[in-house]
Structure formats: C-alpha cells, structure tokens
Write a protein that binds this ligand. Structure first.
Ligand SMILES: NC(=O)c1ccc[n+]([C@@H]2O[C@H](COP(=O)([O-])OP(=O)(O)OC[C@H]3O[C@@H](n4cnc5c(N)ncnc54)[C@H](OP(=O)(O)O)[C@@H]3O)[C@@H](O)[C@H]2O)c1
Length: 289
C-alpha cells in the first residue's frame, strides 16, 4: 500500500469529510495508523480532536474553504450531504479538486432504486463524470443507528423499544467500521478505480430478530414496534422528510436485505455481525447509561 498518486513529495495526504461522523471517524483512525497525513474535515473544526488528524474547515455551506481543504490532497473521502442540492455541491467540489485526486463517495445501497435521474444516482454521477479516479461505496443501514442518540439509542435504552416501519422486511445491517475499512483500501490502493461497491453486513435480519439481539445487549427486553412510514417520519419536513420516507419505502421493497461479500473481498476479513458490533458497544444500550 503506497501513495495513491506519486508526486514524489511527502506522505500521502487524504481529506476525510465528515470526520466526526459514523464512517469518517473510524476511517481517520485507520488512515493515521497507516501513516497517512489526514485532514479531518468538519463544519466546525474546533470540535475535531483526533490524534494525528489535522482539523480542517470543510463545510458544504462554504465553498470558499474547499480549495484550501483539498490543496495537495491525494484522495478525498466524500460523505454525501443528505440535502437536495447534493449532486450540484459534489460536482462543484470536484471542479476545484485536481483531477489526479482519488475520490471515494459514500452513497447508499441500491441507489439505482430511484431511477437513473433520482437524487442518489445524480450524486453518484457528479463523481463518475468528474474526471477523477473514483470509487462509489453503497452501504446498507449502519449498525451504529442503534447506538446513536440521533437515531434509536434512547428509545432502546429508555423504553426498550425499536420503532421501525418494516412490514416483515429484513435488513443486512453493516458496521460502519467495515465501510471505513473498505474506504481505506479504495483511498490508498490500486485496483478500486471505477468500482461501485454494494456493502452489507453478513446476514439479513428481520426487525424482531434484531430486537432480540438488542435485548441481549441492553440486558432487558427490547421489542420491535411496527410503525407506518408516516409515523416514522413525523417531525421531519421538506427534503429530509421525502428522503426518509423513500428510505423506508425501500426498506419495504427489500433494498437493504441483499447480502454481499464485498467487505471480505476488499479487506480480506468478513463483515462484522450485529452480535459482534453489540459486544463492542453494549454498555451504551444499558438502561443505566
Ligand atoms: N446512517 C445510515 O444507516 C446510512 C446508511 C446508508 C447510507 N448512509 C449515508 O451516509 C452518509 C452519512 O450519514 P450519517 O447519518 O451516518 O451521518 P454521519 O456521517 O454520522 O454524520 C454526518 C457528518 O456530516 C458532517 N456535516 C454536517 N453538516 C455539515 C456541513 N454543513 N458541511 C460539511 N459537513 C457537515 C458532520 O460533521 P460536522 O458536524 O463535524 O461538520 C458529520 O460528520 C449520508 O449520505 C447517508 O445518506 C447512511
């Protein structure tokens, strides 16, 4: 594993957008361990305090900072912003990024569900048409939604509930650390350019089975509560609501039930199971925490 691009000077430099996020954080750790110079992109760089990572101002709301953030980088990890103008923003970022720079985009599983001119395919096309060496990552739902306070953590730890509109569908939950491991390879190694990687965990689980595994981790019963999509998206508005509703529609259609072996093919180790993920994180779900 060496420099993605050889300009003959210094260490490999990678900009990780969303460095405080679910995939950005483990990715930064992996890159630092490889000796990479990591620019940790955040809309508030004062909150980035990761050993070996240089806090870097990067906001989708402030294009004036993009040139400085991408200056001299060999590769960029792009966490797609979940907003209507994401395709335009990503395209604009890439016009400011030297064409030798590798681009790895975090997209989502089965992005084609929306049709070729849907929002997710357009965000991908901004990358595939941008003139850079690129890799697209299309992961299933992250296991980290169970331990993130912005998603299900408090309902699981508080009321012992997993409210989720599934209508019997299964999901192949993936550990974000496995997405980061694939991203690390794509950012640093030869052989991943032009690849679209559909990434999943090792098994597709129903919501009741997921709740059973969460029960063991939480040390108390956790029950799956079936919701309608309208109930699940209550409290959201605008594009966020549309995207959230579409995502659950896709859950119902089985978009996230497909199990792939891509994590193992790319990284050489199998994707983590939900049980393994919970073994590492279970104190977070205990009612007392
Ligand atoms: N969660 C899932 O299950 C899942 C599944 C498949 C695909 N995805 C996709 O993965 C991506 C990440 O989703 P996530 O929910 O897991 O989020 P996340 O990566 O945990 O957090 C989002 C990141 O965006 C950054 N951010 C927020 N506002 C920003 C701005 N104005 N400019 C630049 N960066 C900003 C935040 O960092 P700062 O606050 O430090 O800027 C944060 O690190 C999304 O495109 C999502 O659709 C998610």
């Amino acid at each position: 594993m060496g420099r993605p691009n050889s300009d003959g000077a210094g260490r490999t430099r990678v900009l990780v957008t969303g460095v405080r996020g679910k995939t950005g954080l483990p990715l930064a750790h992996l890159l630092v361990a490889r000796g990479v110079e990591v620019l940790g992109g955040s809309s508030d760089p004062s909150t980035v305090s990761l050993e070996g990572v240089r806090p870097t101002a990067f906001s989708w709301d402030d294009p004036s900072g993009w040139a400085a953030a991408t200056d001299g980088v060999d590769a960029v990890y792009v966490v797609r912003p979940d907003r209507a103008d994401a395709p335009e923003l990503i395209g604009a970022l890439l016009t400011q990024t030297p064409t030798r720079t590798r681009i790895v985009l975090l997209s989502e599983q089965d992005a084609d569900y929306m049709g070729p001119d849907g929002w997710a395919p357009l965000a991908e096309r901004a990358v595939t048409d941008g003139g850079h060496p690129w890799t697209i990552l299309r992961p299933s739902w992250f296991m980290q939604v169970f331990t993130d306070a912005r998603f299900y953590r408090d309902q699981i730890a508080g009321a012992g509930l997993l409210p989720f509109p599934a209508t019997g569908a299964r999901l192949a939950w993936i550990d974000a650390r496995d997405i980061a491991a694939v991203a690390e390879r794509a950012l640093l190694q030869e052989g991943h350019a032009g690849q679209v990687y559909e990434l999943s965990g090792p098994e597709a689980l129903s919501l009741p089975r997921t709740a059973e595994l969460l029960s063991a981790a939480a040390g108390r019963p956790v029950t799956h509560q079936e919701l309608t999509i309208d109930e699940a998206v209550a409290g959201t508005t605008g594009f966020e609501r549309e995207l959230f509703a579409l995502t659950f529609e896709r859950v119902h259609a089985g978009s996230f039930a497909v199990v792939t072996d891509t994590v193992e093919r790319v990284t050489g180790r199998p994707a983590r199971t939900l049980r393994e993920f919970l073994a590492d994180t279970e104190p977070v779900l205990r009612p007392a925490s």
